[in-house]
Ligand binder design. Sequence first.
Ligand SMILES: [Mg+2]
Length: 318
Amino acid sequence: MGEFDIIQHYFNRQKAKQHSVLTIGDDCAVIELAPEQQLAITTDTLAVGTHFFPDVSSYDLAYKSVAVNLSDLAAMGATPKWISLALTLPNIDHQWLADFSNGLFAILEQYNVELIGGDTTKGTLSITITAQGVLEKGKGLYRHKAQVGDLIFVSGSLGDSKAGLELLANQTPSKNSHQDYLLQRHLKPTPRIALGSLLNHYSQCAIDISDGLLADLGHILERSQCGAEINLQNLPLSTPLVTEFSTLAERFALTGGEDYELCFTILPEKEEAFLKAITQLDIKCSCIGRITQSGLTLLRNGEKVELPKQAGFDHFSL
Ligand SMILES: [Mg+2]
């Protein structure tokens, strides 16, 4: 089976649904944008050994490869529309490809995203996805837009993915529903697309949490040239995380990566309207602190706490 057959057999499932796609299957996909739209583009690679364990199911691998890209679009406030896929395979394993294709199209259908192109090559397993989304002109959520006095929010709960990774790394078979939940949070993150899109009306600044809250918030602070105060007692920790990893839960929430939740800022005068607006979404958002002039301060019930000594935010000296 050659490259063309693989594409035909495993990756040619969707009928061109979006009117904006003028052609697929030529040398390039051609897309028409509406005059009031901007294009948001992102690329992420998942490489075996670096980003995932070799024994992870190809269904989950495909799902997550798409999810992390859609999460970047969500963090910009963009609505995902199209992806292209570059797949490097050591050999042709039909069961692996069939499961991969099922995982890929499961998440694409879920978020109404279309596969419009790609490439396959032989080599060490790696998956590169480029995702494109649309954004209304003049809108968007940027790392440099935080301002002193803004409230800092995060979506969902933090630290779950790191806990799931620990369970996987220790090869502990899941013993209960809490562990199942943590594993799923690691393997199948939820891109917060509806939230990102709604944030366009209430915020100008967001990032998705891929490297851990402190590291990713650090990117906002660096780009916006400001500081932050975080109230540790307000960190959203899930019941499964606290139950399974009690003493590590807070550290996982601060420094564990791959939660793919959004961290964003809200002007205090927009807080009430924002909290009202998110009741229409099935997601919890927690105010965990505020933007300050400089430095990163962690507080527990008003008392200052030392920063955990870990990479990613070491440019903040207290
Ligand atoms: Mg990101």
